[in-house]
Design a protein around this ligand. Structure first.
Ligand code: DAT
Ligand code: MG
Length: 151
């Protein structure tokens, strides 16, 4: 199996609403492998670094205030196609447009409280993993299920 990795975060709304297990479960049951996880309250400055691509957008300040307002569950998931497919599991940015069956479609209502973040492409996945985790926090291990998930 390929060592593709993506950064996934459960935002403060998802944590406060008790959706950690539900969200972890969707990635886990799919067959992706959890290689890093921690719970942290990011500072505003850290949130601004995470969302630096959006700094010109009108919602940037509110978005960074919100991300730094409480505990976030930061994770790295590994698997073939996990960056693109992780975004599919998450669903469209605006939960009003997310399909049923996706995390945001099933569990969120408005764009400013869409409960989860996922890297959007290989370059951002790499940058976000580096921002949120030190190399020693990433755990490489074999899963006994792998031979049943991959050919
Ligand atoms: P995504 O989180 O799907 O990658 P994004 O990177 O465009 O979406 O935006 C990051 C977050 O910013 C998004 O999850 C919620 C918030 N956001 C995006 N567009 C918004 C808008 N029009 N109004 C308010 N918040 C918005
Ligand atoms: Mg994004």
């Amino acid at each position: 199996a390929e060592l593709e990795r993506t950064f996934i975060a459960i935002k403060p709304d998802g944590v406060q609403r008790g959706l950690i297990a539900e969200i972890v479960s969707r990635f886990e049951r799919k067959g992706f492998k959890l290689v890093a996880i921690k719970i942290v309250v990011p500072s505003k400055e850290f949130a601004q670094r995470h969302y630096h691509d959006l700094k010109e957008r009108p919602f940037f300040n509110g978005l960074c205030d919100f991300l730094s307002s409480g505990p976030v569950v930061a994770m790295v998931w590994e698997g073939e196609g996990v960056i693109k497919y992780g975004r599919k599991l998450i669903g469209a940015t605006d939960p009003q447009k997310s399909e049923p069956g996706t995390i945001r479609g099933d569990l969120a209502v408005v764009v400013g409280r869409n409960i989860i973040h996922g890297s959007d492409r290989p370059e951002t996945a790499k940058d976000e993993i580096t921002l949120w985790f030190s190399p020693s926090e990433l755990v490489s291990y074999a899963s006994k299920d792998e031979k049943w998930i991959y050919e």
